[in-house]
Write a protein of this length. Structure first.
Length: 364
């Protein structure tokens, strides 16, 4: 345990950090470079550790669509709210989803009006809830990227093995590579390199990112979450830019294997198939979502209940979409810190602790 603590302490070592900051300064392109992180944990790590302020003037760090709650579309939120209004349904969800505003309501408001909403910490908690309350229909809200999708796949397989009749999933999972291609092709945004997500990459490995370097000439480095991790990832990107090459590299070798996690990938593939998905701020992206396969269709909440969903409305003045695309910084939104605060969020980027707006509010 002591050795482990010493190893982890190295990733917060000020001396190592200063050396990496010096390297970044020496290698930074004179003409400037925009680096985008696409992981909510990186968003928070960069803000909390003041890394944005340590960059050379020519280097811009932009936040992309890395927060799973934030990229969930208003229509998906409205569908979950509609499911709460189905008689005898209990919604089981992660806590931050309860506060995300839909078109006219939120799960928290629905709970206050008497609907059944339970906060859980994993899909297996929802399975347990279904076993404890056989008279209720338990609907688990499945949002997130490849990190959480295998857990939901395992839960659906578990429900099938138990022949649970009162468990289902609202599946709104997304995969990261499709969104990255949409960002690279956005004419309003010029991204020179990507700080690639550590958690997602533990599942999918390196291969799904190869197209960034091979098709678009965009360097990418899979990066960890401690201060030295993030600085090392940025320094490796700077070296690639300095040398005029584009590769996908791993700076988080203690967490990510090149092949990812084959067991988790097999679980996803068994239960889910890819489909078009609507991302907040990015619109519909082909193949970027996961839907439940036909053989497990009885666990698809939308197919089971066919809820009546109200017409979708986006919150007036909210610029979450532009923030998620990296076109604008959170503090450039006219609602930021005035109308929109963590206590009274207008959009999801201020709700989730991993949201860009919440991170800016707390740390800048």
């Amino acid at each position: 345990m002591a050795n482990l603590e010493q190893e982890l302490a190295a990733f917060k070592d000020p001396k190592l950090a200063r050396g990496l900051i010096d390297s970044i300064g020496k290698l930074a392109p004179v003409q400037g470079a925009t680096l985008m992180e696409v992981c909510g944990t990186h968003t928070v790590a960069i803000a909390r550790n003041g890394i944005r302020n340590l960059m050379p003037e020519s280097v811009r760090l932009a936040s992309g669509p890395g927060c799973p709650v934030c990229v969930t579309s208003n229509k998906d939120i409205d569908t979950v709210i509609a499911l709460t209004r189905v008689p005898n349904v209990t919604i089981a969800t992660f806590g931050d989803m309860t506060r995300v505003p839909g078109s006219t309501s939120s799960l928290l408001k629905e709970q206050a009006s008497g609907r059944s909403v339970q906060i859980v910490y994993s899909p297996l908690d929802a399975i347990a809830l279904a076993q404890q309350q056989p008279e209720r229909q338990i609907v688990f809200v499945g949002v997130g990227f490849e990190t959480t999708t295998p857990l939901v796949a395992m839960a659906i397989k578990r429900a099938a093995a138990l022949d649970l009749k009162n468990f289902s999933v609202f599946a709104a999972h997304k995969n990261m590579p499709g969104a990255l291609e949409a960002i690279i092709n956005d004419p309003r945004l010029s991204v020179d390199a990507l700080i690639l997500p550590g958690h997602v990459s533990t599942i999918i490995g390196v291969e799904p990112y190869r197209f960034l370097a091979e098709k678009y000439g965009i360097p990418g480095v899979i990066t960890g979450f401690e201060p030295v991790d993030v600085l090392q990832g940025i320094a490796m990107i700077m070296r690639q830019l300095h040398e005029g090459r584009a590769d996908i590299e791993i700076a988080y070798a203690r967490g990510v294997m090149p092949q990812g996690n084959p067991v988790a990938l097999a679980a996803i593939d068994e239960v889910f198939e890819t489909c078009p998905a609507t991302w907040r701020g990015l619109g519909e992206i082909p193949g970027s979502g996961y839907r439940i396969r036909k053989q497990f269709a009885r666990f698809d909440a939308v197919r089971r209940f066919a809820p009546s969903v109200e017409p979708t409305q986006d919150p007036k003045g909210c610029r979450c979409g532009d923030v998620l695309r990296g076109i604008m910084a959170p503090d450039e939104c006219p609602l930021f810190r005035t109308v929109c605060t963590p206590e009274n969020p207008v959009g999801p980027c201020m709700v989730s602790s991993e949201g860009s707006c919440a991170a800016y509010y707390r740390y800048y």
